[in-house]
Design a protein around this ligand. Structure first.
Ligand code: HEM
Length: 516
């Protein structure tokens, strides 16, 4: 380091010679308003926060690399997709990953029962691909119009600002398609031990397009090489009592000591049609694709090997979106996916500004040349080398940008039908929840029932009744154990109403105080 390399300056490059005292009349004040350095410093501080993500506000991130296998199910991957990042064995693509919890704000405990986000940005030679997934493989709802209501019900009460399981279950019992997801979230799968030991999944159905323009339906899954570990409610409570940053800390420390976490990327593939032979719709994100019929086929692996240099610059400002695809990867008709696609870039323009894609963490590693310019915080012009700087429009004969060639035969699905507002036909909201319940180990079943009883026993009777019906519809044992648990809780008086929910409520801690 040169002698004056570490000298403090302001953002104008002026050296700061006194960072301990503002300028005052005499050493006791009053202060003067021409304190440029002080006013710049304090007013920047006043603006240090941007709006947090409306969901998935708490997160941790890391850089890494994805390495392709070049094959899928023993065949060249090009049979199904022409996406360049998958083609050659050993081909490496840099990635940035952000893990998150969903419901609560930045700095909330990482031990809460909640799905976990698993968002991956691949900086491919064709531009960026974002795979915005969760740890669980399904979701609560199958129509995007329900998302704002769902999140309102899951987030804290608008009056008390306290999360309230009665509001959560009111929404879920009234939206029975959520029952399968509730079964996962209330089991130990709702509290992964940390980010390194959890799976990931794209959840929604996408398409792969091959060089002939033919498509298949595809689902993505990440399998951790570290193994999978979930927590009981008690274990989570014990961690939370002393550390509410444990997952961020675990990821950061593992990478810092060179213990790089790895995941294998696997896909499930289905022909691109409605599959009337199945008892579920392949575009329904509340359903698993059974892996005995649609095996998980490995296509590559990802290693996270570098911590961010700065949390805000990289993790907070990272912007992922389901519309961010490269050639060979496409949407499906999954209406949740299509609803999500608008939401991500819309919110990112709000929280990070119109030029959020010029931020280094979001910009592709390849050149961009767009003719888009202006807007708050533009830091450069997206101009091609040799482009006539007067020509920021297309088409032109005077040296402007020109359209790229279509890289392969375009996939052009035929779509016809009446415009309607209607749910899909094959709904069966409980069958797979029953299968999931039966696949749980006994300790997972016991946790699921105890966790449901704990929260449901504080809910209105109509909600409890509906949830018991759904459980019984899913599986006889599931329904019976839940009903017995709730009956027992009612008898021993543990079914109290939630905080602030209705007149005459007592505050938390009353149970302790009553003993005196
Ligand atoms: C984040 C909307 C469903 C995974 C977000 C954000 C919005 C959003 C607005 C904040 C983005 C930001 O500020 O950068 C929606 C809507 C959905 C939906 C409207 C349904 C219609 C899902 C599903 C998944 C998912 C099904 C799982 C596959 C994520 C993840 C993030 C996120 C992982 C955090 C990304 C990050 O780390 O920055 N979502 N979401 N979302 N969503 Fe969704």
């Amino acid at each position: 380091m040169a002698e004056d390399d570490n000298l403090l300056t302001n953002r104008q490059g002026h050296p700061i010679t006194n960072n301990q005292n503002i300028r005052t009349v005499g050493n006791r004040g009053p202060a003067t308003l021409e304190n440029y350095d002080f006013i710049e410093k304090i007013s920047h501080f006043d603006r240090e926060r941007v709006p947090e993500r409306v969901v998935h506000a708490r997160g941790a991130g890391a850089h890494g690399v994805f390495e392709a296998y070049g094959t899928v199910g023993g065949e060249p991957v090009a049979k199904y997709t022409r996406a360049k990042l998958f083609q050659e064995k050993g081909k490496r693509t840099p990635v940035f990953v952000r893990f998150s919890t969903v419901v609560h704000g930045n700095h909330s405990p990482e031990t809460l029962r909640d799905p976990r986000g698993f968002a991956v940005k691949f900086y491919t030679e064709d531009g960026n691909w974002d795979l915005v997934g969760n740890n669980l493989k399904i979701f609560f709802i199958r129509d995007a119009v329900k998302f704002p209501d769902m999140i309102h019900a899951f987030k804290p009460d608008p009056l008390t600002n306290v999360q309230d399981s009665e509001r959560f279950f009111d929404f879920c019992a009234s939206s029975p398609e959520s029952f399968h997801m509730v079964t996962f979230v209330y089991s130990p799968w709702g509290i992964p031990a940390n980010y390194r030991m959890m799976q990931g999944s794209g959840v929604n159905t996408y398409r792969w397009v091959n060089p002939e323009g033919k498509a298949v339906l595809v689902k993505y899954h990440w399998e951790p090489k570290q193994g999978i570990k979930n927590l009981t409610q008690k274990e989570a409570g014990e961690i939370q009592a002393t550390n509410f940053n444990h997952a961020t800390q675990d990821l950061y420390e593992a990478i810092a000591r060179g213990d790089f976490p790895e995941w294998e990327l696997l896909v499930q593939i289905m022909s691109d049609d409605e599959h009337p032979e199945l008892d579920f719709d392949p575009l329904d994100d509340t359903k698993l694709w059974p892996n005995d019929r649609f095996p998980w086929l490995p296509v590559g692996r990802m290693t996270l090997n570098r911590n961010p240099d700065d949390y805000f610059t990289e993790v907070e400002q990272a912007a992922f979106g389901v519309g961010v695809l490269v050639d060979g990867l496409d949407f499906s008709d999954d209406k949740m996916l299509q609803g999500r696609t608008f939401s991500y870039s819309d919110t990112q323009r709000h929280r990070a500004g119109a030029n959020y894609l010029q931020l280094p963490i979001n910009a592709p590693k390849k050149r961009v040349a767009t003719n888009q310019s202006g807007g708050l915080m533009q830091v450069k012009v997206d101009r091609a080398p040799g482009q006539n700087p007067h020509i920021n429009y297309e088409p032109s004969m005077l040296g402007g940008l020109v359209e790229a060639k279509q890289p392969g035969k375009e996939h052009e699905p035929f779509v016809q039908g009446n415009l309607v507002r209607r749910s899909i036909d094959r709904q069966d909201n409980t069958k797979q929840a029953g299968e999931t319940f039966r696949n749980f180990e006994e300790w997972e079943k016991a946790e699921l029932i105890a966790n449901l009883v704990g929260d449901l026993s504080r809910c209105d009777e109509r909600i409890r009744t509906r949830m018991m019906q759904l459980a019984a519809e899913a599986d006889e044992e599931y329904g019976r154990r839940l009903s017995e648990g709730l009956a027992h809780a009612a008898k021993d008086g543990s079914s109290r109403k939630p905080l602030g929910n209705r007149k005459g409520d007592q505050a938390p801690g009353d149970a302790v105080r009553k003993g005196h």
